[in-house]
Design a protein around this ligand. Structure first.
Ligand SMILES: Nc1ncnc2c1ncn2[C@@H]1O[C@H](COP(=O)(O)OP(=O)(O)OP(=O)(O)O)[C@@H](O)[C@H]1O
Ligand SMILES: [Mg+2]
Length: 265
């Protein structure tokens, strides 16, 4: 097969970059590496605005966001409560339409898609971990995890699912219903579900919000390892500065805008 692969490089304190290569091609020297570098933006917003309400009750949840995220990058999004983080994540995932501006995924303007097409796009490309877990109450843990894969009529990679379940410490809970789980356990199921279909993009809203420090770091570790393995891009909202620091880059948002020097790039 003639498809190319990507690898990530970071030299010293410099900006990380991605290298695209064909597996058949052996690249040996640094000079050769430099020659092959292409940065590929997978997620981009242009002057993105989302307003709610009107008149006196107008809320500018997003007010002109220009953002670029490269393929394979892991960014965290931080900001105070109500600053627009969840709104931004929803827009990036095509869950809602912008009031103005564009969201480009792989260079394609998803805000121009009709609702049906958008739903298919989301299911194929994006793994969501929401602030509320959105588990299906009548399905057990395992069924919840593989549900999106089955919706698309795809084969379930049992070995891979088992490894996620194990890393997330859910192996004794696969037959339990969501109502029989703690908040943190439900959160881990939601993370497993997002990872299960190996989506190109993972959008996570406080994925570690209900987990203790140790588990949070394990979950983050898992996200990083699988993201690298499957060349996934992650945008993750967090309130926790320590967790935020585990990402490649931190984007800071305030009053619907990316802060100057907040590294929207
Ligand atoms: N559906 C909606 N209708 C009206 N206003 C909304 C809606 N969704 C969000 N908002 C408003 O938009 C602003 C941004 O909300 P958002 O949920 O993006 O904040 P956030 O940064 O995720 O906050 P938190 O950290 O508390 O989750 C807030 O002022 C919120 O009240
Ligand atoms: Mg939020």
């Amino acid at each position: 097969m003639n498809s190319f692969k990507t690898v990530r490089f970071q030299k010293g304190a410099g900006k990380p970059f991605l290298l695209y290569y064909f597996p058949e091609t052996r690249i040996e020297t640094d000079a050769e590496l430099e020659g092959e570098v292409i940065n590929m933006v997978i997620l981009e917003t242009k002057n993105l605005k989302k307003y709610y309400g009107e008149g006196e009750s107008l809320v500018k949840a997003l007010d002109g966001v220009d953002l670029q995220i490269e393929q394979g990058e892991f960014v965290s999004i931080v900001g105070t409560s109500g600053s627009g983080k969840s709104t931004l994540l929803h827009m990036l995932g095509g869950l809602d339409y912008p009031s103005e501006g564009q969201v480009l995924v792989d260079g394609k303007d998803i805000s121009a898609l009709k609702e049906d097409a958008l739903a298919i796009f989301r299911r194929r490309k994006i793994g969501f971990v929401f602030q509320s877990y959105n588990l299906v109450p009548v399905l057990n843990v395992y069924e919840n995890i593989v549900f999106p894969i089955q919706l698309d009529g795809n084969e379930v990679d049992r070995k891979y699912i088992d490894s996620i379940v194990k890393t997330l410490g859910l192996e004794n809970k696969v037959n339990a219903l969501p109502s029989q789980l703690s908040g943190g356990q439900q959160q881990r199921v939601a993370i497993a579900r997002a990872l299960a279909a190996k989506p190109a993009i993972i959008l996570a809203d406080e994925p570690t919000g209900n987990l203790d420090t140790g588990t949070s770091q394990d979950v983050l570790g898992l996200l990083k390892v699988t993201a690298r393995k499957f060349e996934q891009t992650i945008a993750m909202i967090t309130h926790n500065e320590e967790i935020a620091q585990m990402a490649d880059r931190i984007i800071r948002i305030e009053d619907g805008k990316i802060l100057k020097g907040g590294d929207g790039r």
